[in-house]
Design a protein around this ligand. Structure first.
Ligand SMILES: Nc1ncnc2c1ncn2[C@@H]1O[C@H](COP(=O)(O)OP(=O)(O)OP(=O)(O)O)[C@@H](O)[C@H]1O
Length: 787
């Protein structure tokens, strides 16, 4: 219904004006307040030392000085806190000034004679008396009904219990700069009309908040607080990531007294994704949660021991090296090392290390062996075998520190020390002199003093040289973790002996040989990262993270069972929200089977809830009709009814012409006002080739593994990096049988095609990819171009 025909438009605009007026006056009050607090802070900072009496003459004076400094610091931090709070409040009001609310429900509680008008926006606003909510935060309990019910009987939960009643009205607004642009009364689903408008827009390279149009199934995920594990399995573009981010905002609101952004961690598919979602929470007035990638986490844990292969390198390898002889073994290795069977092998190996097999490194000083690897091993295995490995190592490290102290003492007499003393500068001498003075060891007897000074200098010199050794012992560097891990592959029989129930791949001996070769070259293959880090934790002591209370895993279909099991150990007390779509499992290590059975088992019956999302919002109906035709379970994917042109498949006579046609289409789409257009290639190598061809003709950006920002414009990108993001239009490069012909590439192809919001154009040469021809003929149009 348009604004000029809605009978209550005038009344509504008047209310919006009145609320706008109030917001403006609150803004100016708050600005004044912020200004006052700011200048107070500046003054306190400037005069900090004036108000503190500094006196360190004796202990009592020093304590007083300390107390007065502490008091000043507290005043300052209280003011700073209040400034931050006022500042955040101000930002929220600025946003409310533009769009005070987007929804309204009229709700009559059972037993009450009047119905209450509940206006819903991104934050709450109370009237001047502080009694009536002029706007309710979308996360308030009462607001939940807006997303969950159609007019009629409705209810909502409050901390005091369930409230029941009748919803008389559900209304949606589009308000910009305080003006109501449109107004609709809606039924169960939140305004198809509004969704049409929102989804029809061009993408601006930043994910948007969906707060005004959250759908009922999404709301269930956003507001769930009952389960330890929440799994969302949803089609491409069904709003999994969007719902997850809204959920973060919801949790921050619901538990605002105890939860903050630092307690929430999102594992995202790649670094670029962080920049893509960065604005959603700030737009809602919340701070961004912590973000990382699994790779970033393990790289940090592995440290310098190896160069860690990246999952994208692994994928690139799988896509390009299929014809190599070693490929079948490597592929089998990747599959097995992703499984919980391999986890059982590693755990059993750790069990064995309790009695034998841990590899030690000798401790050397200036090329001389202070303690041999054998001595260390003997000492370690002489401990009570029922002690855990980490406990034994703590003890061993203490013993080593003692040995180092003794050895350092003896070393002071060594000739090299004297040589070094002679080379010392004036400052070192001064330091020695001061040390002796502090220890009151000068006797004023010059010869003795000279000897003492020399002894002190010798101790200083030796200590300096022993420092790295002491540090290394503290870090447990006397254990050769890489070698201990590699030993698991030295004997192909070992794994089966350790875990008799594990079903090892036939090619296991070849896998072992390949792994050993790569480890020896200093590379930790991607499929070995989790097991290596797990082994490290078991030996050095686990790194459980107790701070994080909510873990979110996006694109979880690409995590292997072993990775999920590892993360479960890492965050033992966190609640989990896991988002995935099996049709988009593109990494080689991803589990073959559907569902998150292993994960559900880890959490146990009753702790987990799985929510399916079947409606796809990202793409037009035509694109969804085409893409779902590629997947065996495609019929379950439901398109949101938004119209666009049918996808096209252009077959060029040769590669040169295909490139030319891609260029022309790109130029045309850009001229048509599309803000983000991607040419999606299969691999990084192909992306580089296409980029090289395009770059001098049209401004285009090449996206690679190392890209960290997602920006508006034209890009060339490998398919696996486009995961999770979206573009106004997608040009799929080389949709030919030769390039996308293997069954294992179906999901990658599907993932690439489902990135398109408004237009999808495929280009190829020769035979068309079977993934295209599998879809019904009427879902796309074919164009053959020979020159
Ligand atoms: N309720 C909604 N209201 C408005 N837009 C929505 C809604 N749900 C999803 N969208 C839009 O649909 C698009 C896809 O959403 P999102 O990226 O969250 O989906 P996804 O399930 O994570 O997708 P994929 O698995 O393909 O990466 C986004 O543009 C998002 O803004």
């Amino acid at each position: 219904m348009s604004l000029n025909v809605h009978p209550e438009w005038h009344e509504e605009q008047q209310r919006a004006n009145a609320v706008g007026e109030l917001i403006r006056s609150r803004i100016s009050q708050l600005q004044e307040q912020v200004g006052v607090v700011r200048s107070e802070i500046v003054t306190i900072r400037k005069e900090f030392w004036d108000d503190v009496t500094v006196n360190f003459e004796d202990a009592a004076e020093a304590a007083e000085t300390f107390a007065s400094m502490k008091q000043q610091a507290e005043v300052l931090s209280e003011r700073e806190r209040s400034h931050r709070h006022a500042h955040a409040q101000l930002k929220l009001l600025e946003r409310l000034k533009e769009t005070p609310y987007f929804g309204r429900i009229d709700f009559q509680e059972t037993g009450e004679s009047l119905s209450e008008r509940v206006y819903i926006g991104i934050g709450s606003l109370l009237d001047d008396e502080g009694e009536t909510f002029l706007i309710y935060d979308w996360r308030a309990p009462v607001s939940g009904m807006y997303y969950d019910f159609a007019p009629g009987p409705a209810d909502y939960e409050t901390p005091m219990g369930r409230i029941e009643g009748t919803m008389d009205l559900k209304r949606q607004y589009m308000i910009r700069h305080g003006e109501i642009l449109s107004l609709f009364d809606t039924g169960i689903t939140i305004g198809d009309e509004l969704l049409q408008q929102v989804l029809g827009k061009h993408s601006d390279a930043q994910m948007k908040s969906i707060v005004a149009t959250i759908q009922r199934e999404q709301n269930q995920v956003i507001r769930d607080t009952a389960h330890q594990l929440l799994v969302v399995q949803g089609a491409a573009g069904s709003g999994k990531t969007s719902a997850a981010l809204q959920r973060v905002a919801y949790l921050l609101y619901r538990y605002r007294e105890t939860l903050n952004a630092e307690h929430i961690l999102l594992f995202s598919p790649n670094s670029m994704f962080n920049s893509y979602v960065a604005t959603v929470l700030p737009e809602l007035g919340e701070e961004n949660m912590q973000q990382t990638t699994f790779q970033e986490y393990v790289e940090h844990r592995v440290g310098e021991a190896f160069r860690v292969e990246n999952p994208f390198e692994q994928l690139e390898y799988a896509l390009t090296a299929m014809d190599e002889t070693i490929y079948p073994a490597r592929r089998a290795g990747i599959g097995f090392k992703a499984s919980t069977d391999f986890l059982a092998v590693v755990e059993a190996y750790v069990g064995r290390l309790k009695t034998e097999g841990l590899v030690f490194k000798a401790i050397e000083f200036r090329g001389r062996e202070l303690l041999s690897a054998d001595e260390l091993r003997e000492k370690f295995y002489a401990y009570d075998p029922t002690w855990s490995i980490p406990n034994r190592l703590v003890d061993l490290a203490e013993w080593l520190q003692q040995r180092l102290r003794q050895s350092a003492k003896a070393e002071r007499q060594a000739p090299w020390v004297e040589d070094e003393i002679e080379l010392l500068d004036r400052e070192a001498y001064l330091e020695a002199y001061n040390q002796l003075r502090r220890q009151k060891q000068f006797t004023e007897h010059t010869f003795d003093d000279f000897d003492r000074e020399k002894a002190t200098l010798a101790a200083m010199v030796v200590n300096e040289h022993y420092k790295p050794l002491r540090k290394a012992v503290k870090r447990l560097s006397f254990i050769d973790l890489p070698a201990t891990y590699a030993a698991l592959f030295a004997d192909p029989e070992l794994a089966q002996t350790l875990a008799p129930a594990a079903s090892l791949p036939e090619r296991w001996p070849a896998v072992c040989a390949d792994t050993a070769r790569r480890l020896a070259a200093g590379v930790l293959p991607n499929e070995d990262t989790t097991s290596y880090v797990l082994l490290k934790d078991r030996i050095e002591g686990s790194h459980r993270n107790l701070k994080v209370r909510h873990v979110f895993i996006d694109e979880a279909q690409d995590y292997s069972p072993i990775q999920l099991a590892y993360l479960h150990q890492l965050f033992p007390f966190a609640k989990w929200t896991v988002l995935g779509d099996w049709n988009q499992a593109i990494h080689v290590q991803a589990a073959e089977s559907d569902g998150f059975q292993d994960l559900l088992q880890l959490f146990g019956e009753g702790q987990a809830r799985t929510v399916p999302f079947s409606k796809s919002y990202r793409s037009t109906r035509q694109i969804v009709d085409f893409t779902r035709g590629m997947m065996p379970n495609g019929a379950t994917i439901e398109p949101f009814n938004r119209d666009g042109a049918k996808p096209t498949m252009t077959v060029a006579a040769d590669t040169a012409l295909m490139r030319e046609l891609v260029y022309r289409k790109l130029a045309e789409l850009s001229a048509d006002g599309n803000r983000t257009v991607a040419v999606i290639c299969k691999t990084a190598e192909e992306s580089r080739e296409v980029y090289t061809f395009l770059k001098d003709r049209i401004p285009v950006r090449l996206i690679g593994m190392e890209t960290v920002t997602f920006e508006q414009g034209l890009v060339v990108i490998p398919a696996y990096l486009a995961k999770g993001v979206e573009f106004d239009a997608v040009l799929l490069y080389n949709a030919s049988q030769a390039s996308y012909g293997r069954e294992s590439e179906r999901r990658l192809f599907y993932t690439a095609c489902t990135r398109a919001m408004h237009e999808l154009h495929l280009f190829g040469t020769g035979e068309i990819s079977p993934f295209v021809t599998d879809t019904p003929d009427d879902t796309y149009s074919i164009l053959r171009v020979s020159s």
